[in-house]
Design a protein around this ligand. Structure first.
Ligand code: SF4
Length: 469
């Protein structure tokens, strides 16, 4: 179970109703969990680390790929078996069963309630109906709370900041818009207020997430909002600049995820070159061949991505690009796949992930002609990853001898036996890490959530080996 809260010692607290919480899925689902947990704690509910100790259990599900659906359904079954009182929320909750009706309800009719993603109020209504609110909220007892930013399920030194919900695109392999709806950008003042609270609460790395970060504000025609009494446009450039300015006095990092390669990103890369936010871009290219991109109906599919990447690197030489790709999309010819391999070699993507195409129930790509056999999809994925690893290892080796700033994620015995951290080139969970050797100086200690300078002395797979200095 995902649960970072410990039971408080206060006797009043011990009689408070207890909710178990399981959070599955991507960082966007995690931020939904954080909102629900924040609301629960604000109303005085406690959380339980075990199914048995909970009065009811909330399962936040993922419905993106078939494996995630299975994991979610298994978790619901487990919670029902061990506790019996279960509320389901999240992407899987929005799915329809084959014969119509709600999928979760049809498979598990005894669940108390089912909601879709991003539905804090509906979840809270279901909680109230099944487990009445305690009389005396004791908000202060909740650890990991960041004031207006609420509870975070990430380690205290980094946090995800969700700037919008939903997506206006209709990529043929994706069902997110049908589950999460069209793009809804959060007001810029609210986003910045949350970021400020997080930095003030000790967050050293803020990870900006959404389905399409470059589209922030499109739905409200880049409406002018207010931040610190000043008019500020609801637009990615203004947001990123303000986040960089907020982070600076705390010496904190700002990292951008899910940025599509629109021309407007050139201005954001300029902010990276100026050191305002990390020179790291997570750009989900998915493919390079224009025909495949068209069949995928990808945003920015007409962009000349190689030229754009070259320009970005020229203006910001330290830029690190992470991306994800799909191999074996329906109709992908050997020539189209070779185009992707050439793109990978020329684009020199620092960090690449690749999925063998897998049909997602309800996605329109399932109706495309010429699906590839599963074996071929897997083979292409492996061929892609072999090229990606060559590129990535070569890029990592170029770092040997350099001194980098590293954020420490784990440091048993104050790092005396070594520690794990990340440089600006590594996002948590998805990229490699920096393996820190024990410091040579006896007086030097390493602490979680602190930065250290480190000299890179070698590479190990996707990771760097470094000596703290
Ligand atoms: S951009 Fe495409 S893949 Fe991403 S959420 Fe929107 S529809 Fe899905």
């Amino acid at each position: 179970m995902t649960d970072t809260l410990s039971p408080p010692a206060d006797p009043a607290a011990q009689s408070a109703p207890r909710v178990g919480f399981v959070s599955l899925g991507c960082p966007k689902a995690l931020t939904d969990s954080e909102l629900i947990l924040t609301q629960l704690s604000a109303e005085g509910y406690q959380t339980s680390k075990t199914y048995a100790g909970a009065d009811l259990v909330i399962v936040n599900t993922c419905g993106f790929i078939d494996e995630a659906v299975k994991e979610s359904l298994d978790t619901i079954a487990e919670a029902l078996a061990d506790n019996g009182r279960v509320i389901v929320t999240g992407c899987l909750g929005a799915k329809t069963a084959e014969g119509g009706g709600n999928l979760v309800k049809s498979l598990h009719p005894s669940v108390l309630a089912v909601t879709g993603p991003h539905a804090t109020q509906e979840v809270m209504d279901a909680v109230h109906a099944n487990l009445p609110k305690p009389h005396d909220p004791f908000v202060d007892l909740v650890p990991q709370s960041f004031g207006v930013a609420g509870i975070k399920l990430t380690p205290r030194h980094y946090a995800y900041l969700k700037i919008s919900e939903g997506c206006n695109h209709r990529c043929t392999f994706c069902i997110i818009p049908s589950m999460r709806g069209d793009l809804v950008s959060r007001p810029i003042g609210d986003v910045l207020k949350e970021a400020q609270a997080l930095f003030e609460g000790g967050v050293k790395e803020l990870l900006v997430i959404s389905q399409d970060t470059s589209a922030y504000g499109v739905d409200v025609q880049y409406r002018t909002g207010f931040w610190n009494g000043k008019p500020t446009k609801t637009r990615t450039l203004e947001l990123v600049r303000a986040l960089g300015e907020l982070a600076a006095p705390h010496g904190a990092w700002v990292r951008l995820h899910y940025v599509y390669p629109y021309p407007s990103v050139d201005d954001i890369v300029a902010l990276m070159a100026d050191g305002l936010v990390l020179p790291y871009l997570d750009v989900p290219f998915q493919h390079s061949h224009p025909d495949v991109l068209r069949r995928m109906r990808r945003p920015a599919s007409g962009e000349r991505n190689l030229e754009r990447l070259a320009r970005w690197r020229e203006s910001c030489p330290q830029l690190v690009v992470r991306s994800t790709f799909i191999a074996g999309f329906p109709g992908e010819t050997e020539e189209e796949f070779e185009h992707l391999l050439d793109f990978m070699r020329q684009a020199r993507i620092d960090r690449a992930g690749c999925f063998a195409y897998s049909p997602v129930e309800g996605a329109s790509a399932n109706a495309l002609p010429d699906p590839l056999p599963q074996v071929l999809r897997q083979q292409r994925r492996e061929r892609f990853m072999a090229v990606a690893e060559e590129v990535s290892s070569a890029k990592l080796r170029e770092r040997v001898g350099a001194t980098m700033q590293v954020l420490v994620d784990s440091a048993p015995a104050l790092g005396r036996k070594g520690a794990l951290g990340r440089s600006y080139a590594d996002a948590p969970e998805i990229d490699g890490v920096v393996r820190l050797l024990p410091p040579e100086k006896i007086s030097k200690t390493l602490k979680v959530g602190q930065f250290t300078q480190a000299r890179i002395v070698g590479t190990e797979g996707h990771d760097l080996l470094a000596l703290p200095i």
